[in-house]
Design a protein around this ligand. Structure first.
Ligand code: ADP
Length: 482
């Protein structure tokens, strides 16, 4: 059976597979060849409300299950994701375009969040606080926040859901998930596996829609929702935070980035080139922690630029189903238009186009791996989140200068530093105004570590022992009369 029967054309609300009440649908297409894949329901505000109400009813029961019971169900869900990893990866590449090996990596990363948080469910300890009087005892307990709304993007259609659903459900919350319009299929597949794993009706609900503004408004303002968890662009994050403020909901925001990648003269050149390529070109450059600005120190600039250009030009572009390819299509036409105009503008402002810079013959959504050199902080491209397969090389002389340039952005998600000087590692890591720093490492994301940003890159952390706290309230209990 294709995709192990995991490709669904209905939404999952209250444990049932449902169509839109007005029979409207959303067409899903394959970005590699623009061919239709299937259609899923185009739900409206009323459907979103029903999903929230189902999640609220389910919450009253789910929060009472012991952590061990919740963990056991989540562990089955984790195992099913691993058992179906190949089918899920194929579905992911079909709707999103990334190379199949990257898709498989994403599915396994998704699974690892369910595994990790199934374990963490059992460790949401409270504390005993030494009291200040003879007659009282002070303690804290942690309790689930309640119904969670999750709004997720298309660049990681399955793992971005896991990062929210796993800690939420482990904590005892229930969740309504609205995936991105371009990639609804992995979200529905994940719900199908939740059903198989025995997740009770209403604990996870997935609603697909072409109307993110109206449905998003309901998800972020309905009083039954107690927390909003969003991954996407900073402008939309600001809208959602504003909506969530109306009923003072808790909020987690994973927003845009403008990651600097700093290469000092003493860096291991091969490692720096490999790290920059891995961080930049993964998912065709469409990740929020992708390297965005490569700052190279004077003494190593020419050698780095030469080797990096050779590495960029060796990347293969084409269908994600061909194992030779490193770069798949961009997600849609709007992405291609944006990338093309950014590159042209940078060249007009004085950057040198060293490689690429065109739509590839592989197809209308394929953009060649591109390298711009001699880029400066004054150019518009220095402030843009590229979200495509474009590298920009900047030259710098002094440590102080590059820290200033690196921090000169409203964003603060990930930053990367390559140097072998241990003192500099500490100085620079501490001075960078970012939530995450990769030192001599370009791939930093995993379920064990806290992922998140500062400044306009977001609020909260996903993964690690801290991730579950974003879905729990700390309650203080004062016992008197002792
Ligand atoms: P991207 O630029 O990566 O597409 P967006 O921030 O536009 O990121 O989208 C991320 C998610 O936010 C998607 O699920 C999208 O449907 C949703 N979204 C977009 N606009 C709104 C909005 N006004 N309110 C709520 N959700 C929205």
């Amino acid at each position: 059976m294709q995709f192990n029967g995991l490709m669904r054309d209905a939404c999952y609300i209250n444990g049932e597979w449902v169509k839109s009440s007005d029979n409207k649908t959303l067409k899903v297409t394959n970005p590699a060849n623009s061919e239709p894949i299937t259609e899923v329901p185009d739900l409206g505000v009323e459907d979103a409300r029903l999903a929230i109400e189902a999640a609220d009813r389910a919450f009253q029961l789910w929060k009472k299950r012991t952590a061990k019971e919740r963990a056991a169900i989540m562990h089955r869900w984790f195992q099913l994701i691993v058992e179906n990893a190949d089918a899920l990866a194929e579905l992911l590449t079909t709707e999103q375009g990334k190379p199949l090996r990257e898709a498989k990596g994403e599915v396994l990363s998704c699974a690892s969040f369910f595994e990790w948080f199934s374990e963490e469910a059992k460790r949401t300890y409270g504390e005993n606080i030494p009291s200040n009087t003879q007659s009282t005892r002070l303690l804290t307990i942690k309790q689930p926040v309640g119904v969670v709304s999750a709004i997720t993007p298309w660049n990681f259609p399955i793992s971005m859901i896991a990062r929210k659903a796993a800690p939420a459900i482990a904590a005892g919350c229930t969740i309504v998930i609205k995936p991105a319009e371009d990639t609804p299929l992995c979200a529905l597949a994940l719900a199908a596996l939740a059903e198989q794993a025995g997740v009770p009706a209403g604990v996870i609900n997935v609603i697909t829609t072409t109307r993110p503004v109206d449905v998003g408004h309901e998800l972020c303002t309905n009083p039954l929702v107690r927390k909003v968890s969003f991954t996407g662009s900073t402008p939309v994050g600001k809208i959602i935070l504003g909506l969530a403020a109306s009923t003072v909901k808790k909020a987690s925001m994973e927003l845009g980035g403008n990651a600097p990648f700093i290469v000092f003269d003493d860096a291991d050149l091969d490692a720096a080139v490999a790290g920059a390529i891995a961080s930049k070109y993964r998912n065709a450059g469409q990740t929020c922690i992708c390297t965005n600005r490569i700052y190279v120190q004077d003494g190593i600039y020419d050698a780095f630029a030469q080797r990096y250009q050779a590495a960029v030009e060796s990347l293969k572009i084409g269908s994600g189903f061909d194992a030779d390819n490193d770069i798949g299509p961009l997600i849609n036409h709007a992405a291609i238009t944006k990338i093309n105009s950014m590159v042209q503008q940078a060249v007009e402002q004085g950057a040198t186009l060293a490689s690429g810079g065109k739509i590839d013959p592989a197809g209308e959504l394929f953009y060649q791996p591109t390298l711009l050199t001699q880029v400066t902080d004054e150019m518009d491209i220095a402030q843009a989140e590229l979200f495509g397969p474009i590298s920009t090389l900047f030259r710098f002389s002094a440590e102080e200068e590059v820290i200033k340039s690196a921090n000169n952005t409203p964003y603060g998600l990930a930053a990367y530093v390559y140097t072998r000087d241990i003192g500099r590692v500490w100085r620079v890591s501490e001075a960078l105004e970012y939530g995450m720093v990769g030192v001599n490492e370009g791939m930093i994301s995993n379920e064990l570590a806290p992922f998140g940003g500062v400044k306009e890159s977001g609020i909260g952390r996903e993964g690690s022992k801290h991730g579950i706290d974003d879905y729990m309230e700390l309650k203080y209990i004062c016992m008197g009369g002792i």
